[in-house]
Design a protein around this ligand. Structure first.
Ligand code: AMP
Length: 302
C-alpha cells in the first residue's frame, strides 16, 4: 500500500559534538519517506525553492519515492539550523526559516487522494488539516509535531489531533502539549483529544506506545557510533508506518513489530549526518539489526 506524506523538505545546518554539516539534505518528509521507502511506496507532498539542489531530488527518485506532489516554486527552500550537546536527546533549534513553506498550501494530486495511509510529518498543523480535507477515507492517519508548533499553534494542533489515529511525538513534547509533567497522565490527556494511539519517542531510551489495551515498550539499541540524531524521529515513523503499509495488519502484535522496525530505522540514521547512512543502507542490514533488537529485549520466565 502507498503512503501519502506531507512534511518539510529542507536544507539543514547541524552541529553535534562530533562534527557539523551546512545546508545538508533534511526535512521531516525527506527522512520519513527515505526510511519508509525500504518497505512501501511513498508519495510526497511538499515544497522546495529554486535553490534546492537537483541532486537531492535525484536521490529521492533513486529510492523510488513518488515526487509528483513536490512543488518547486520561486523563493528559498525551508532551512533549519540546530545543535546538540553531549546529551543527543536534546535538540536546540538555533534558527527556523520557513521560506517557501510560509505561503505553501498543499494541493493533493487526484491520484494521491485515495491513499490508505497518511503521515502528517512535522509541519504547520494548519497544513496538516488542509491535507486531511483532501484525502478520501484513509485507513490510518498518523501525525508528528514538535515544540515549535506546540508553542505557536496549540489550538490548531488540537484541532488536527481530532482527526488523527496515531500521534508520534517525543516525551518532552508529550508533557509540553498536555501541560502535565507525569507521562502517564499526559498520555491520557492527549488520547482524550482524539488519537487512539500515542507513540512516545524517547531517543536513546527507545519508544513507548500507549493505547486502550495498555503500554508497549521498545528499547533503542546501544550504538557505539552516534553522530547526528537529526531525523531519528522521522526515520522511526518511516520504519513504523512503512512496515504497517507493507503488511496492512493492524493487530497489536504486528503494530508492536512495526514499532521495532521504526527503532531499527532510527538506529541506522543516527550513525551519520544528514541521510548519509540511509543512502548506503541495505535490506539485509535491516534484517540483521531487527534480530539484534529481538535479542536485546528478550527474556523468559525460568
Ligand atoms: P527530527 O529530528 O526527526 O525531529 O526532525 C528533524 C527534521 O525536522 C530536520 O531535518 C528539520 O529540517 C525538520 N524541522 C525542524 N523544524 C521544523 C519545523 N518547525 N517544521 C517542519 N520541519 C522542521
Amino acid at each position: 500500500m502507498s503512503i501519502l506524506v506531507v512534511g518539510s523538505v529542507a536544507l539543514d545546518s547541524v552541529r553535534t559534538p562530533f562534527g557539523e554539516v551546512k545546508e545538508a539534505l533534511g526535512g521531516s518528509a525527506t527522512y520519513f519517506s527515505t526510511a519508509a521507502s525500504f518497505f512501501a511506496d511513498v508519495r510526497v507532498v511538499a515544497v522546495v525553492g529554486e535553490d534546492f539542489p537537483e541532486e537531492h531530488l535525484a536521490f529521492l527518485r533513486s529510492r523510488s519515492i513518488d515526487l509528483w506532489g513536490l512543488k518547486r516554486v520561486p523563493g528559498r527552500t525551508f532551512r533549519w539550523t540546530g545543535e546538540y550537546g553531549f546529551d543527543l536527546n536534546d535538540a536546540r533549534t538555533l534558527e527556523t526559516q520557513l521560506n517557501v513553506f510560509a505561503e505553501f498550501h498543499p494541493d493533493i494530486p487526484e491520484a494521491y487522494r485515495e491513499s490508505e495511509l497518511v503521515f502528517l510529518a512535522n509541519i504547520d498543523p494548519d497544513l496538516q488539516r488542509e491535507v486531511l480535507a483532501q484525502v478520501r477515507s484513509p485507513k490510518l492517519v498518523a501525525a508528528d509535531t514538535m515544540n515549535f508548533w506546540i508553542d505557536r499553534k496549540p489550538e490548531s494542533l488540537r484541532e488536527t489531533l481530532r482527526s488523527v489515529n496515531m500521534l508520534l511525538i517525543n516525551d518532552a513534547e508529550v508533557r509540553q502539549l498536555a501541560k502535565e509533567p507525569n507521562l502517564v497522565r499526559a498520555a491520557r490527556t492527549i488520547l482524550d483529544w482524539g488519537p487512539t494511539s500515542l507513540v512516545i519517542k524517547r531517543g536513546e531510551y527507545g519508544a513507548l506506545m500507549v493505547r486502550e489495551g495498555g503500554w508497549f515498550a521498545a528499547p533503542a539499541i546501544p550504538l557505539d557510533s552516534v553522530f547526528d540524531p537529526t531525523g531519528a524521529g522521522d526515520c522511526f515513523a518511516g520504519g513504523f508506518i512503512g512496515y504497517l503499509a507493507n503488511t496492512m495488519n493492524f493487530e497489536e502484535a504486528n503494530v508492536r513489530k512495526a514499532i521495532v522496525m521504526g527503532s531499527v530505522m532510527a538506529s541506522f540514521n543516527v550513525e551519520a549526518f544528514s541521510l548519509d547512512r540511509l543512502r548506503r543502507l541495505t535490506y539485509p542490514e535491516i534484517e540483521s539489526r531487527y534480530k539484534a533488537f529481538r535479542k536485546l529485549a528478550h527474556f523468559e520466565d525460568l
